[in-house]
Design a protein around this ligand. Structure first.
Ligand code: FSX
Length: 363
């Protein structure tokens, strides 16, 4: 029904008022919001119209959707899949071919100007976008059309947010991130290869309830990407004491020492892995003994080796600068992120192919 609120839908499904308030408390906790926000969320959901979500996929590996469908927060997942109205997702839906395209067109037409557009994957520009087509239409043209009717665009995964794997050198398809194509709509980047399921759902629920979240300089929500992995890592005390595992099977590794010298990119990577973790809060890569790969940062494939320490001579950061105690590490991490952002922006400016629909290449 067109004017239904989210509460209307929940009540129709038999949810009691008490259960609804419990759900709001669970969701706000998952979003890392304060308990006071639970009351505000309850109030807002009572008059928030049920939003339509259109989910489009381009050049990606489907890992982001795999992550999303494995959300361990039933409240959040249910809000997305059942209550918010996921109007189109070509991987999950039963319809195919013309029926699917027609369903997408109808959903977008009915909610034109109001729907949330989720995009995963990057978009190739050369040859009029011929390297990625959906239903006979180029991804670039499909995205422009869908974005023109969206209230906001959520770029899910590092491919959509920063180009990701398809964008890695030599970028054979001329892929670019969503932000290189969509210039006139708010964009929320939910990076990670893939992102944490509860972060994806949390961002959509937050936008639906409260509007645009606070974003960092890379357009990522600060409530999930405001801290570096290093800031919240449970191995941080070993880093501060200079206790580093040198190999994956030495005594330091067995004792859970810092993985910095094994290539951990935690100091220059912003994400919620140490606090939200994966698989229902079971663990995250560092807790499983593996260095952070830095997958939620731009150009993480191209930065010179997953197992090369940030301090290595060919790396981007100096050992003296990084292994200098917690304060220095924080400062260098900031510089590192800024350097990555600059390199990404420069590369995007210099190397990206021109948009086939633009007469003049973008500055
Ligand atoms: Fe990219 Fe996502 Fe990595 Fe894969 O949709 S962020 S390759 S997990 O699937 O886009």
């Amino acid at each position: 029904m067109a004017d239904e609120t989210i509460v209307d839908v929940l009540m129709r499904r038999g949810l009691t008022r008490r259960a609804f308030m419990q759900l709001c408390a669970t969701v706000t906790a998952a979003l890392a919001l304060s308990p006071a926000d639970a009351a505000e969320m309850t109030k807002r959901l009572e008059y928030t119209p049920r939003p339509t979500v259109v989910y489009l996929s381009y050049q990606e590996c489907t890992g982001c959707l795999e992550s999303l469908t494995r959300s361990f927060s039933p409240g959040l997942a249910s809000l997305i899949f059942n209550d918010i109205s996921l109007a189109f997702n070509d991987t999950l839906q039963a319809a195919a071919g013309k029926a699917a395209e027609s369903a997408k067109d109808t959903a977008m037409k009915d909610a034109w100007g109001k729907y949330v557009l989720i995009v995963d994957g990057s978009v190739p520009l050369p040859q009029n976008g011929a390297y990625c087509t959906v239903a006979g239409r180029s991804a670039v043209s499909d995205l422009k059309h869908a974005a023109s009717g969206a209230a906001a665009v959520v770029a899910v995964g590092t491919c959509a947010a920063f180009g990701g794997l398809p964008y890695a050198s030599p970028n054979p398809t001329g892929a670019v991130p969503v932000s290189e194509i969509v210039r006139d709509r708010p964009i929320i980047n939910v990076s990670g290869c893939p992102p944490i399921a509860e972060v994806i759902t949390g961002v959509v629920i937050y936008y639906t309830t409260f509007g645009l979240p606070a974003l960092d300089h890379l357009h990522r929500p600060t409530n999930f990407y405001g801290n570096s992995i290093h800031d919240r890592c449970y191995r941080r005390p070993f880093y501060d004491r200079g206790m580093f595992a040198k190999t994956f099977d030495d005594e330091g590794a067995r004792q859970g020492w810092c993985l910095f010298e094994l290539g951990c990119k935690g100091p220059i990577t912003h994400n919620a892995c140490p606090t939200m973790k994966w698989n229902g809060g079971t663990s995250f890569p560092i807790e499983s003994g593996h260095p952070c790969l830095g997958c939620s940062e731009p150009d993480f494939w191209d930065k010179g080796g997953f197992y090369r320490p940030l301090s290595a001579p060919t790396g981007h950061w100096s050992r003296a600068g990084v292994i200098g105690g917690a304060a220095a590490a924080g400062a260098v991490a900031g510089l590192g992120v800024a350097a990555v952002a600059r390199s990404y922006q420069n590369r995007a400016r210099k190397g990206r192919p021109s948009d086939p629909d633009q007469k003049n290449p973008k500055p």
